[in-house]
Ligand binder design. Structure first.
Ligand code: GDP
Ligand code: IMO
Ligand code: MG
Length: 429
């Protein structure tokens, strides 16, 4: 089937951008379907590193058409900046190559101000959001006072709509949070300029994608965030406000279920999380520092969007099995295996324990993981640097054993193994 979906199987930053870049070689369209500029996806081609927040990573492959679907929330400042940076880097971003759904929603500075005010008001219960205004923009959408990208096509009514929405947000800012209101007129003027620049990119993406599917063109849906950050299926309330799981692609692009082919879950060979919330296999101390790195390397565990150090831990296959189920994964792409090189022993969480009971599946989903303690299985590590290895047979025996054990525990095949950030550093199984 011509629609493949790449989805994060953990808490985001699994290396989705890196895997999408590989798979986009065979795709005609690459489409983001959820989230906004809370995402940060990295693609490395030779010495060149591309960091993308809104535009799908597949744009780096020159033959693709990039799509921003209706499930997204879009900050036009970030988008225009990203277009300009890509152009400067020699990547063509014309209205033919980049299509934006008229039904995607806009993020304004009022949403960002609300994000900060809401976080501050939570005090010690902060979620650790990216402060990009994502939650408040989806609140406007669900509250039915959101502004869609299509509104940018009629400048006369657009300015009024922006003013009205900023006024609504201002009432929340001042009355609920004692925060400073924004100047609605100033925001409207600024946004009118963005509308002029973005209008040529806006259209009916659903029609375009459905026509393409009927012609058997290949579409790759690029997930942002990850399964455990899904509003319904994640570690609620420590989640984002959209649906990063695979079904989100159907809703967030306006395509039919019947077209779905492969659903590829991307997972690191260990576990990371940025922001607050439960993390049963979290590590502190020496091994954590090894896994996180010091920030010297571009792939060290510091957030692509916010620069925050990521929390790190052993791979949790209770949560991985949950991701297989929540997404209907057909396969897994395993990234950052190279980072495990040199650790004498590796642990995999196979199940949870609470009191004298053990669980291989979550009894009540991942919302409250506090009753559980991870139960580990220990495997031998390997010393070899594996970054230049390109075939399964050349991998150290211990690395093969680790991968096979993860595959067994996940219950779906691992079809791609990434041993470095660069496009060529991959083993296809
Ligand atoms: P995404 O949000 O899922 O696209 O992931 P990010 O780009 O935020 O974070 C993944 C980081 O790991 C980026 O710096 C990638 O370049 C890097 N990366 C991806 N795969 C590998 C890998 O196999 N090995 C190493 N060392 N780095 C990788
Ligand atoms: P990519 O696509 C990692 C996290 C934030 C916070 C929570 C809610 O690069 O994998 P939000 O700003 O969305 O309201 O924050 O979600 N988060 C991410 N963590 N990678 C991401 O995207 C993330 N997008 C949001 O850190 O914990
Ligand atoms: Mg990221």
């Amino acid at each position: 089937m011509p629609l493949d979906i790449v989805v994060g199987a953990q808490w985001g930053d699994e290396g989705k951008g890196r895997i999408v870049d590989l798979m986009a070689a065979e795709a005609d369209f690459v489409a983001r379907y959820s989230g906004g500029d809370n995402a940060g996806h990295t693609v490395t081609v030779g010495e060149q590193i591309y960091r993308l927040h809104l535009i799908p990573s597949g744009i780096v492959q020159p033959h693709t058409t990039a799509v921003l679907g209706n499930g997204m929330v879009i900050n036009p400042v970030t988008l225009l900046d990203e277009i300009a940076r890509l152009q400067q880097g020699g990547i063509e971003v014309t209205p033919q190559r980049l299509r934006i759904s008229y039904a995607a929603h806009l993020i304004t500075p009022a949403h960002r101000a609300l994000d900060a005010a809401q976080e501050q008001a939570r005090g010690p219960d902060q979620l650790g959001t990216t402060l990009r205004g994502i939650g408040p923009a989806y609140m406007s959408k669900v509250g039915r006072y959101g502004i869609r990208m299509g509104a940018m096509l009629d400048l006369e009514t657009f300015a009024d709509a922006i003013e009205m929405q900023v006024k609504i947000c201002n009432r929340r800012l001042t009355r609920l949070y004692d925060a400073e209101p924004l100047d609605p007129h100033k925001v409207a003027l600024e946004y009118a300029e963005y509308a002029r620049q973005l209008a040529p990119f806006i259209g009916d993406v659903s029609v375009m994608l459905n026509q393409a599917l009927q012609l058997e063109k290949r579409i790759l849906a690029e997930g942002a965030q990850g399964t455990l950050l899904d509003l319904d299926h994640g570690t609620y309330p420590f989640v984002t406000s959209s649906h990063p799981t695979a079904p989100g692609a159907i809703l967030g692009l306006g395509v039919g279920l019947g077209y779905v082919g492969r659903v590829i879950g991307v997972t690191k060979a260990f576990q990371t999380r940025v922001g607050e919330g439960p993390f049963p296999t979290e590590l502190h101390g020496e091994i954590a520092e090894r896994l996180r790195g010091t920030g010297d390397q571009p792939w060290d565990e510091y957030g692509t969007t916010t620069g925050r150090p990521r929390r790190v831990g052993w791979l949790d296959t209770v949560l991985l099995r949950y991701a297989v189920r929540a997404n209907g994964l057909s396969e897994i792409a395993l990234t950052k295996l190279d980072v495990l090189s040199g650790l004498p022993a590796l642990k995999i969480c196979t199940r949870y324990r609470a009191g004298d009971r053990e669980f291989t599946e979550l009894p009540l989903g991942p919302g409250d993981l506090s009753p559980f303690e991870p139960v580990y299985e220990e495997l031998p590590g390997w010393d070899e640097d594996i970054r230049d290895i390109r075939s399964w047979n050349a991998l150290p025996l211990e690395a093969c054993q680790y991968i096979e054990r993860v595959e067994d525990l996940a219950g779906v095949p691992i079809t791609l193994i990434s041993v470095g950030p660069e496009r060529s550093q991959v083993i296809r199984v």
